[in-house]
Design a protein around this ligand. Structure first.
Ligand code: GSH
Ligand code: FE2
Length: 285
Protein backbone atom coordinates (compact mmCIF):
# COMPACT_ATOMS: atom_id res chain seq x y z
CA UNK A 1 0.00 0.00 0.00
CA UNK A 2 2.75 2.40 -0.95
CA UNK A 3 1.87 5.21 -3.32
CA UNK A 4 4.52 6.86 -5.46
CA UNK A 5 5.08 10.42 -4.22
CA UNK A 6 6.84 13.08 -6.28
CA UNK A 7 7.52 16.49 -4.72
CA UNK A 8 7.81 19.90 -6.35
CA UNK A 9 9.29 22.75 -4.29
CA UNK A 10 8.35 26.36 -5.10
CA UNK A 11 11.19 28.60 -3.86
CA UNK A 12 9.05 31.78 -4.19
CA UNK A 13 6.61 30.65 -1.47
CA UNK A 14 8.48 27.70 0.09
CA UNK A 15 5.48 25.53 -0.83
CA UNK A 16 5.75 21.82 -1.57
CA UNK A 17 3.25 20.41 -4.07
CA UNK A 18 2.97 16.70 -4.73
CA UNK A 19 1.90 14.20 -7.34
CA UNK A 20 0.77 11.04 -5.56
CA UNK A 21 -0.06 8.00 -7.64
CA UNK A 22 -1.09 4.37 -7.40
CA UNK A 23 1.66 2.39 -9.16
CA UNK A 24 -0.81 -0.33 -10.23
CA UNK A 25 -3.66 1.66 -11.78
CA UNK A 26 -1.64 4.85 -12.51
CA UNK A 27 -4.46 6.91 -10.97
CA UNK A 28 -3.00 10.12 -9.56
CA UNK A 29 -3.83 13.13 -7.42
CA UNK A 30 -2.09 16.48 -7.08
CA UNK A 31 -1.73 17.94 -3.59
CA UNK A 32 -1.61 21.75 -3.12
CA UNK A 33 -0.63 23.01 -6.59
CA UNK A 34 0.72 26.57 -6.86
CA UNK A 35 -0.41 29.26 -9.29
CA UNK A 36 2.58 31.57 -9.74
CA UNK A 37 1.88 35.21 -8.87
CA UNK A 38 4.22 38.19 -9.05
CA UNK A 39 2.72 40.78 -6.68
CA UNK A 40 4.81 43.63 -8.10
CA UNK A 41 3.06 43.42 -11.46
CA UNK A 42 -0.07 41.47 -10.38
CA UNK A 43 1.01 38.95 -13.01
CA UNK A 44 -0.11 35.35 -12.96
CA UNK A 45 1.84 32.61 -14.69
CA UNK A 46 1.52 28.87 -14.85
CA UNK A 47 5.07 27.49 -14.91
CA UNK A 48 4.60 25.53 -11.66
CA UNK A 49 1.29 23.98 -12.72
CA UNK A 50 2.64 23.31 -16.24
CA UNK A 51 5.47 21.32 -14.67
CA UNK A 52 3.05 19.16 -12.65
CA UNK A 53 0.87 18.49 -15.68
CA UNK A 54 3.86 17.72 -17.93
CA UNK A 55 5.04 15.14 -15.41
CA UNK A 56 1.57 13.58 -15.26
CA UNK A 57 1.46 13.35 -19.07
CA UNK A 58 5.05 12.02 -19.38
CA UNK A 59 4.35 9.26 -16.88
CA UNK A 60 0.99 8.31 -18.40
CA UNK A 61 -0.82 9.03 -15.13
CA UNK A 62 -4.59 9.56 -14.97
CA UNK A 63 -5.29 12.60 -12.79
CA UNK A 64 -8.49 12.30 -10.83
CA UNK A 65 -8.22 14.76 -7.93
CA UNK A 66 -6.66 17.99 -6.79
CA UNK A 67 -6.40 17.66 -3.00
CA UNK A 68 -6.27 20.97 -1.11
CA UNK A 69 -5.05 20.67 2.47
CA UNK A 70 -6.55 24.12 3.25
CA UNK A 71 -7.31 27.59 1.86
CA UNK A 72 -3.73 28.81 1.63
CA UNK A 73 -2.92 32.31 2.84
CA UNK A 74 0.53 32.60 1.30
CA UNK A 75 0.17 31.45 -2.34
CA UNK A 76 -2.53 31.19 -4.99
CA UNK A 77 -3.87 27.72 -5.75
CA UNK A 78 -3.69 26.27 -9.27
CA UNK A 79 -6.65 23.97 -8.53
CA UNK A 80 -9.08 25.74 -10.87
CA UNK A 81 -6.53 25.89 -13.70
CA UNK A 82 -5.87 22.17 -13.34
CA UNK A 83 -9.58 21.37 -13.19
CA UNK A 84 -10.14 23.38 -16.41
CA UNK A 85 -7.28 21.67 -18.19
CA UNK A 86 -7.86 18.09 -17.04
CA UNK A 87 -11.33 17.70 -15.55
CA UNK A 88 -9.81 16.64 -12.20
CA UNK A 89 -12.13 17.18 -9.23
CA UNK A 90 -11.13 19.61 -6.47
CA UNK A 91 -11.29 18.24 -2.92
CA UNK A 92 -11.10 20.34 0.28
CA UNK A 93 -12.07 20.01 3.94
CA UNK A 94 -15.77 20.54 4.66
CA UNK A 95 -15.04 23.39 7.09
CA UNK A 96 -13.99 25.52 4.10
CA UNK A 97 -17.49 26.97 4.40
CA UNK A 98 -16.40 28.66 7.63
CA UNK A 99 -13.35 30.14 5.87
CA UNK A 100 -15.53 31.37 3.00
CA UNK A 101 -17.91 32.92 5.52
CA UNK A 102 -15.05 34.85 7.14
CA UNK A 103 -13.24 36.00 4.02
CA UNK A 104 -16.00 36.38 1.39
CA UNK A 105 -17.36 39.52 3.13
CA UNK A 106 -13.83 40.86 3.74
CA UNK A 107 -13.40 41.13 -0.04
CA UNK A 108 -17.05 42.06 -0.76
CA UNK A 109 -16.97 38.91 -2.89
CA UNK A 110 -20.68 38.62 -3.72
CA UNK A 111 -20.02 35.73 -6.10
CA UNK A 112 -18.58 33.57 -3.30
CA UNK A 113 -21.22 31.33 -1.74
CA UNK A 114 -20.24 30.12 1.72
CA UNK A 115 -21.42 26.60 0.97
CA UNK A 116 -18.33 25.21 -0.72
CA UNK A 117 -19.97 24.94 -4.15
CA UNK A 118 -16.80 26.28 -5.82
CA UNK A 119 -15.21 22.92 -4.97
CA UNK A 120 -16.25 19.45 -6.15
CA UNK A 121 -15.91 17.40 -2.95
CA UNK A 122 -16.13 18.69 0.62
CA UNK A 123 -14.72 15.92 2.78
CA UNK A 124 -14.58 15.42 6.50
CA UNK A 125 -12.91 13.10 8.96
CA UNK A 126 -13.70 9.47 8.29
CA UNK A 127 -14.66 9.91 4.64
CA UNK A 128 -12.66 8.23 1.89
CA UNK A 129 -12.15 8.57 -1.84
CA UNK A 130 -10.71 5.87 -4.12
CA UNK A 131 -7.36 6.34 -5.86
CA UNK A 132 -7.05 3.22 -8.00
CA UNK A 133 -6.24 0.34 -5.64
CA UNK A 134 -5.53 2.82 -2.85
CA UNK A 135 -7.81 4.86 -0.61
CA UNK A 136 -7.57 8.53 0.29
CA UNK A 137 -8.75 8.94 3.87
CA UNK A 138 -9.16 12.16 5.76
CA UNK A 139 -8.29 13.51 9.19
CA UNK A 140 -9.66 16.92 10.21
CA UNK A 141 -6.57 18.70 11.53
CA UNK A 142 -7.58 22.32 12.30
CA UNK A 143 -5.56 24.93 14.19
CA UNK A 144 -3.59 26.66 11.43
CA UNK A 145 -6.98 27.25 9.79
CA UNK A 146 -10.38 25.81 10.76
CA UNK A 147 -10.65 23.76 7.56
CA UNK A 148 -7.21 22.11 7.47
CA UNK A 149 -7.22 18.40 6.64
CA UNK A 150 -4.60 15.68 6.41
CA UNK A 151 -4.89 13.20 3.54
CA UNK A 152 -3.71 9.63 4.22
CA UNK A 153 -2.95 7.51 1.20
CA UNK A 154 -1.40 4.11 1.96
CA UNK A 155 1.60 4.73 4.23
CA UNK A 156 1.78 8.43 3.28
CA UNK A 157 0.21 11.39 5.10
CA UNK A 158 -0.03 14.82 3.50
CA UNK A 159 -0.24 17.03 6.57
CA UNK A 160 -0.39 20.46 4.91
CA UNK A 161 0.44 23.21 7.40
CA UNK A 162 0.30 21.47 10.76
CA UNK A 163 3.78 20.26 11.49
CA UNK A 164 6.75 20.97 9.27
CA UNK A 165 10.15 19.23 9.14
CA UNK A 166 11.45 18.35 12.65
CA UNK A 167 14.13 21.09 12.56
CA UNK A 168 11.57 23.83 11.73
CA UNK A 169 8.61 22.87 13.91
CA UNK A 170 5.00 23.81 13.24
CA UNK A 171 2.68 26.18 11.38
CA UNK A 172 1.49 29.49 12.76
CA UNK A 173 -1.93 29.54 14.41
CA UNK A 174 -2.77 33.26 14.30
CA UNK A 175 -4.85 33.49 11.11
CA UNK A 176 -8.61 34.14 11.62
CA UNK A 177 -10.07 30.90 12.96
CA UNK A 178 -6.60 29.64 13.93
CA UNK A 179 -5.95 28.32 17.45
CA UNK A 180 -2.69 27.06 18.95
CA UNK A 181 -4.33 24.58 21.35
CA UNK A 182 -6.47 23.17 18.55
CA UNK A 183 -3.36 22.88 16.38
CA UNK A 184 -1.57 20.99 19.16
CA UNK A 185 -4.41 18.45 19.38
CA UNK A 186 -4.49 18.02 15.61
CA UNK A 187 -0.75 17.39 15.58
CA UNK A 188 -1.10 14.80 18.36
CA UNK A 189 -3.73 13.07 16.23
CA UNK A 190 -1.29 12.92 13.30
CA UNK A 191 1.50 11.70 15.57
CA UNK A 192 -0.73 8.85 16.80
CA UNK A 193 -0.54 7.30 13.31
CA UNK A 194 1.81 4.31 12.89
CA UNK A 195 5.42 5.43 13.56
CA UNK A 196 6.63 4.45 10.08
CA UNK A 197 3.97 6.65 8.40
CA UNK A 198 5.66 8.86 5.82
CA UNK A 199 4.86 12.53 6.52
CA UNK A 200 4.87 15.00 3.61
CA UNK A 201 4.79 18.65 4.71
CA UNK A 202 3.17 21.65 3.00
CA UNK A 203 6.09 24.07 3.31
CA UNK A 204 9.76 24.01 4.08
CA UNK A 205 11.34 27.24 5.27
CA UNK A 206 14.90 25.85 5.10
CA UNK A 207 16.22 26.58 8.62
CA UNK A 208 19.87 27.66 8.65
CA UNK A 209 19.73 27.81 4.87
CA UNK A 210 19.81 24.04 4.40
CA UNK A 211 18.47 22.50 1.17
CA UNK A 212 14.70 22.10 1.05
CA UNK A 213 13.29 18.91 2.63
CA UNK A 214 9.70 17.72 2.75
CA UNK A 215 9.58 14.07 3.81
CA UNK A 216 9.90 12.71 7.34
CA UNK A 217 8.12 10.12 9.51
CA UNK A 218 5.82 10.08 12.51
CA UNK A 219 8.65 8.52 14.55
CA UNK A 220 11.14 11.24 13.59
CA UNK A 221 8.64 14.01 14.40
CA UNK A 222 7.79 12.48 17.78
CA UNK A 223 11.43 12.18 18.65
CA UNK A 224 12.83 15.43 17.33
CA UNK A 225 10.31 18.09 16.24
CA UNK A 226 11.61 21.29 17.81
CA UNK A 227 8.06 22.41 18.75
CA UNK A 228 6.09 19.21 19.35
CA UNK A 229 8.37 16.28 20.14
CA UNK A 230 6.68 13.89 22.59
CA UNK A 231 8.01 15.62 25.69
CA UNK A 232 6.24 18.92 24.86
CA UNK A 233 2.81 19.31 26.48
CA UNK A 234 -0.10 21.43 25.29
CA UNK A 235 0.44 24.40 27.63
CA UNK A 236 4.14 24.65 26.74
CA UNK A 237 3.34 24.44 23.04
CA UNK A 238 0.59 27.06 23.19
CA UNK A 239 2.82 29.52 25.06
CA UNK A 240 5.64 29.03 22.54
CA UNK A 241 3.32 29.24 19.51
CA UNK A 242 1.48 32.37 20.67
CA UNK A 243 4.72 34.17 21.56
CA UNK A 244 6.22 33.30 18.20
CA UNK A 245 3.09 34.20 16.23
CA UNK A 246 3.09 37.65 17.82
CA UNK A 247 6.40 38.29 16.01
CA UNK A 248 5.34 37.11 12.53
CA UNK A 249 4.38 39.52 9.74
CA UNK A 250 1.42 38.72 7.48
CA UNK A 251 2.42 36.56 4.51
CA UNK A 252 3.31 38.69 1.46
CA UNK A 253 0.50 37.18 -0.60
CA UNK A 254 -2.20 36.85 2.06
CA UNK A 255 -4.73 39.19 0.40
CA UNK A 256 -4.34 37.97 -3.20
CA UNK A 257 -4.26 34.35 -2.00
CA UNK A 258 -7.36 34.25 0.17
CA UNK A 259 -9.70 35.91 -2.33
CA UNK A 260 -8.60 33.44 -5.02
CA UNK A 261 -8.40 30.35 -2.85
CA UNK A 262 -11.92 30.67 -1.36
CA UNK A 263 -12.94 30.51 -5.04
CA UNK A 264 -11.02 27.21 -5.45
CA UNK A 265 -8.23 29.01 -7.30
CA UNK A 266 -10.46 31.04 -9.65
CA UNK A 267 -9.90 34.77 -10.15
CA UNK A 268 -12.69 37.20 -9.25
CA UNK A 269 -15.19 37.79 -12.06
CA UNK A 270 -14.22 40.50 -14.58
CA UNK A 271 -15.46 44.08 -14.21
CA UNK A 272 -17.73 45.49 -16.95
CA UNK A 273 -14.57 46.64 -18.75
CA UNK A 274 -13.52 43.01 -19.04
CA UNK A 275 -10.56 43.57 -16.74
CA UNK A 276 -9.97 41.35 -13.71
CA UNK A 277 -8.97 42.94 -10.41
CA UNK A 278 -7.77 41.62 -7.09
CA UNK A 279 -8.92 43.62 -4.07
CA UNK A 280 -6.80 45.01 -1.25
CA UNK A 281 -9.16 45.85 1.63
CA UNK A 282 -7.47 48.59 3.66
CA UNK A 283 -6.79 48.05 7.38
CA UNK A 284 -8.99 44.97 7.28
CA UNK A 285 -6.65 42.25 8.53
N1 GSH B 1 7.38 34.78 4.85
C1 GSH B 1 6.34 33.93 4.36
C2 GSH B 1 5.53 33.45 5.54
C3 GSH B 1 4.40 32.58 5.14
C4 GSH B 1 3.65 32.01 6.35
O1 GSH B 1 3.22 32.73 7.27
N2 GSH B 1 3.48 30.69 6.29
C5 GSH B 1 2.64 29.98 7.22
C6 GSH B 1 2.00 28.81 6.49
S1 GSH B 1 0.79 29.41 5.33
C7 GSH B 1 3.41 29.45 8.42
O2 GSH B 1 2.89 28.64 9.15
N3 GSH B 1 4.61 29.93 8.66
C8 GSH B 1 5.36 29.48 9.80
C9 GSH B 1 6.44 30.44 10.16
O3 GSH B 1 6.60 31.43 9.40
O4 GSH B 1 7.12 30.18 11.14
C10 GSH B 1 5.49 34.70 3.34
O5 GSH B 1 5.46 35.93 3.38
O6 GSH B 1 4.86 34.04 2.50
FE1 FE2 C 1 -0.99 27.71 5.20
Amino acid sequence: MTPLVQAFFDPATSTVSYIVSDPISLQAAIVDPVLDFDPKAARISTASADKLLAQIADQGLALTYVLETHAHADHLSAAELIRERTGAKIVIGAHITQVQKTFGPLFDADDVHADGRAFDHLIDEGQTLPLGELNISVLHTPGHTPACVTYRIGDAAFVGDTLFMPDYGTARADFPGGDAAVLYRSIRKILALPPETRIFVGHDYQPAGRDPQWETTVAAEREGNVHVRDSVGEAEFVAMREARDATLAAPTLILPSLQVNIRAGALPPPEPSGRVFLRLPVNAI
